[in-house]
Each structure stands twice: as C-alpha cells, then as structure tokens.
Design a protein around this ligand. Structure first.
Ligand code: MF3
Ligand code: CO
Ligand code: CO
Length: 265
C-alpha cells in the first residue's frame, strides 16, 4: 500500500464530493441550536445527503458506526454518536463531522458550532483550533513533507502560548475512492518524511484539548472518544488536494475567511 496520486478525472470527482460535504455543513448550520437533539441533526443530514445530493453518508455502517454523521459535544474529542436523548443546551460546543460518497469519491469535513452563548474559553479553543487547521493547510505544497503539517500546528500553538493538548491518537488521512488511505497525518510534531506530491488528497483534522491530550474510547459504544480530564475539545477538518504549486481546499465553505487555492511561488 502506498500514497495514491489522483488523475484529472479522479480530481474532478474529489472536487464534487468535497463540495457536497461542505454543503451539508452549510445546510445544517441554521438547525444547530439549544433544544435540538443530535439525532434530529443526523436525520436532517442523512435525508439531505441521500435525497437532495444523491450521495451516500459514509459513516453509516462504517465498521459498524450506527449513524450518518458524527456529533461530538464538549469533552467528546471525536466520533460522538447522534442520539434522540442527547439535547443541545446553551453553552455547548459541538463538532459535526460529515463524510459523503459521490460517484465513488469521498469528501470529509467538520466544523465547530457554538450553541447559544459559549464561554470565552471555549470560543478561544474553537477559534484557535480552526486557525491550527489553517496553519496546517499552509504547510502543504509539493516538496514539503507530511511532518511539516504537524510541526506548523505545534509551532502555532507554542507561539500563542496556548497550553492545549494536541490529540495524537487520531490522525488526518489520505482520502479518495476510500475513506481512509495513506498517508496518516499527525497533528503534532512528528518524523514522517513522506513527501507531499501533486495529486495527493488527504485531510487535516486537528483535535485540540483545553487540557491534556489524553482521551479514551467509550467501552460501551466502542466509538465515543472523550478527554480523560473532562475538559473540552475542538476539531475542524478539511479535505485537500495538493496542486503543482500548493494546495486546494476541496471542502471550503463561503463563510470561511480562507483562500480555496494557495499558490506558493
Ligand atoms: N469522519 C471521520 C474522519 O474524519 C471518521 C468517522 S468514522 C465513523 O476521519 F465511523 F465514526 F463515522
Ligand atoms: Co477525516
Ligand atoms: Co471527518
């Protein structure tokens, strides 16, 4: 197994899948508010993906995952399972992670939502984690190495004196005609000398904890990863295409203040 380089036809497929995944996050945004269950959000996303987009929600039945999106609230790091009994409340922070399959191609993206009035500490965590994603994206260009992404993120956190924990046991990943392929993309300093090459597609999806990096998967449901210290965690994710001169963000949304294409001269 090795890193796949996409041809122009596959790149077009990835652009379409990326756009659809981004559209799901735009669609669901106005429905995220206190009083709503995460299952209602799941059902809306599922119906939109299947009926409006003619696409497939990739998480559903993926290694037994029971729902169509992941909803990860507060101390949940990732892979939260939507549920009828889980009701959003004022002050929650939540990640929604959407992955769609369109014509065989995968698009994978997530964002944080502030439910009602989040506190200043949580807002900062969410904003810094989004910027960490952007710093990681800026490190992507042909000739760079996979380790440059984690280094850029760690450097950014250090420079801002944020005493956060970067989660190490969940990674970004190659993506294409399968959900998770090579390379693995670590979000902390690492030693992965895999060259970044034009035509590669992968995600960057930093999970950053208010407290320590440690987290543990729920033993009953086998999915929900929570911080061990109980402090909150944030995550943002984009699917990327490496171009000849830099990077294209395949899952960018209009609300973002970030370029779709970065050209390094
Ligand atoms: N979307 C997640 C990722 O970014 C994977 C979710 S797997 C699931 O890689 F089964 F939990 F949906
Ligand atoms: Co992903
Ligand atoms: Co994802």
């Amino acid at each position: 197994m090795s890193v796949k380089i996409k041809n122009s036809e596959q790149i077009e497929g990835m652009r379409i899948a990326g756009k659809l995944a981004a559209d799901v996050l735009d669609m669901i945004t106005p429905f995220v508010k206190a009083g709503v269950s995460t299952e209602e959000l799941n059902q809306r996303c599922h119906d939109y993906i299947v009926n409006e987009q003619g696409a497939i929600p990739a998480p559903l039945n993926y290694h037994g995952f029971p729902k169509s999106i992941c909803t990860s609230i507060n101390e949940v790091v990732c892979h939260g399972i939507p549920s009828e009994s889980e009701i959003l409340k004022d002050g929650d922070i939540m990640n929604i992670d959407v992955t769609v399959i369109k014509d065989g191609f995968y698009g994978d993206t997530s964002k944080m939502f502030l439910v009602g009035a989040a506190n200043a500490q949580d807002k900062l965590l969410c904003r810094v984690t989004q910027e960490a994603l952007y710093q990681g994206i800026r490190a992507v260009k042909p000739g760079a190495k996979i380790k440059d992404i984690g280094a850029a993120i760690q450097k950014y956190l250090k420079k801002g004196n944020y005493r956060y924990g970067i989660v190490e046991n969940f990674c970004g990943h190659g993506i294409g005609e399968s959900f998770h392929e090579e390379p693995q993309v670590m979000h902390c300093r690492n030693f992965d000398n895999t060259p970044i090459q034009a035509g590669m597609c992968f995600t960057i999806e930093p999970m950053i904890n208010q407290g320590k990096k440690g987290n543990k998967v729920d033993e009953d449901d086998g999915w929900t990863a929570r911080t061990i210290d109980g402090k909150n965690s944030a995550q943002w994710e984009h699917t990327l295409l490496v171009t000849d001169t830099g990077v294209e963000v395949l899952t960018l949304r209009d609300e973002e203040d970030f370029p779709r294409v970065i050209t390094h001269s």
